[in-house]
Design a protein around this ligand. Structure first.
Ligand code: ACO
Length: 362
């Protein structure tokens, strides 16, 4: 028995490879550093889903049909009522996704890819007391998400940055939410069930819920000079530093570098607060030094969430919506894994070791 199933192999996949020692992520044969920067979200979606649906896929066709799916999905936004609005954005998103039918064909996959992208901007607008904005099917997924947030046509730099983010996080081996998706698919349930279970797994702070707390940490530290003492106090209190450490990576998370690079054009275009970036760099350096000192036996480096926080803040997402943006990007990975598992056709059903009391002999 391995607590946390660490190092346990639970699936064979052609979708992605996480090399924790080398700090390398390969998505269907393409290394992340080659993919990110060139690829749009739609390219990553085709890369991941091709061969797993009932028809061959092309980027052009997927882009067109995904735009139509966003327009269709918008009707569900009317279900956001005052009761739902009291919940955090990712919980409202989960409730809305639960309304979708539960099949496993390409049309269902497209609806599920479109749903979080349409729901999140609508939820954020309703929370501000504004009416949701309808999607524009002719736009790319990233451009449309940003347009639905505030009604303005986003800059090319912002669209590229969101594409870089969505591609970077599209798939990542057998992480907790992807495993949840595969377990559900192995029972023969549909893709909506897989995506719902995966959203539930994603929202925890040990998985996809960390980037909001990264910004809380930066706010609390406030000045570069305060980084070292603040981090030392947090570790003294037994807290974990958000945005650092990973179950698999023993070196720097390659996604952190991909997102740091994606930030550069935004910084150059004046779309990011430079003071925030300088503070983040100082906190990163101070955290790496103190983690090395305090946990010499456990290499702890920056993970994807650290630069996600800066990027998503620059794109105008409030911090309580970050997990929802993560879900927009990861849904394609969850669907690809669910299909791969379903096509394999074997129920996932591990065993447990019973450590409770036995009935007394009569
Ligand atoms: N800050 C301080 N100490 C840490 C951190 C951290 N961020 N991460 C791990 N450690 C320490 C643990 O306290 C533990 O020390 P100990 O052996 O003295 O008790 C040791 O490193 C090993 O920790 P584990 O819990 O075994 O590591 P695990 O593989 O379970 O944790 C995790 C991975 C959950 C990501 C962890 O590093 C963490 O909590 N990080 C902060 C939250 C975060 O950034 N989450 C986002 C992850 S990325 C993603 O899922 C998309």
């Amino acid at each position: 028995m391995k607590n946390g199933l660490e190092d346990v192999i639970a699936a064979e996949t052609q979708l992605s490879d996480v090399d924790g020692a080398a700090g390398r992520l390969v998505i269907r044969g393409v290394s992340l550093d080659h993919l990110v920067g060139d690829a749009y979200y739609e390219d990553a979606a085709v890369l991941l889903l091709d061969g797993l649906m009932e028809q061959p896929l092309s980027e052009e066709d997927l882009r067109r049909r995904l735009g139509q799916a966003r327009a269709e999905i918008f009707a569900h936004v009317a279900a956001i009522d005052d009761g739902l609005l009291r919940l955090p954005p990712v919980d409202i998103m989960r409730a809305l996704v639960a309304r979708l039918s539960d099949a496993a064909d390409f049309a269902s996959a497209l609806r599920l890819l479109a749903a979080p992208a349409v729901f999140l901007p609508a939820i954020l607008r309703r929370k501000k007391g504004c009416e949701p904005l309808a999607p524009t099917p002719s736009l790319s997924q990233s451009a449309d998400i940003l347009a639905m947030l505030d009604g303005r046509r986003p800059s090319a730099e912002k669209v590229r940055a969101l594409d870089a983010y969505l591609v970077t996080i599209s798939d990542h081996g057998l992480n907790a939410s992807t495993f949840a998706s595969r377990v559900i698919a192995s029972t023969g349930a549909g893709l909506t069930s897989s995506v719902l279970g995966a959203i539930g797994a994603l929202k925890g702070p040990l998985h996809g819920g960390a980037p909001g707390p990264v910004l809380d940490m930066l706010d609390a530290i406030a000045t570069q000079g305060n980084a070292k003492p603040w981090l030392a106090d947090a570790l003294d209190r037994g807290e974990r530093l958000m945005g650092f450490g990973h179950r698999i990576y023993r070196v720097r998370d390659p996604r952190a570098d991909a997102l740091k690079s994606a930030l550069k054009p935004l910084i150059e275009a004046g779309e990011v607060d430079r003071g925030r970036v300088e503070l983040a760099k100082a906190v990163e350096q101070a955290a790496l030094a103190i983690l090395k000192e305090r946990k010499p036996d456990r290499p702890l480096d920056v993970n994807v969430e650290f630069y996600t926080a800066l990027l998503l803040e620059a794109l105008g997402f409030p911090r309580d919506a970050f997990t929802g943006v993560f879900a927009i990007g990861r849904t394609v990975g969850w669907i690809a894994h669910a299909r791969e598992q379903a096509l394999e056709g074997r129920l996932i059903r591990p065993r447990s070791v019973y450590v409770g009391p036995m009935p007394k002999a009569a």
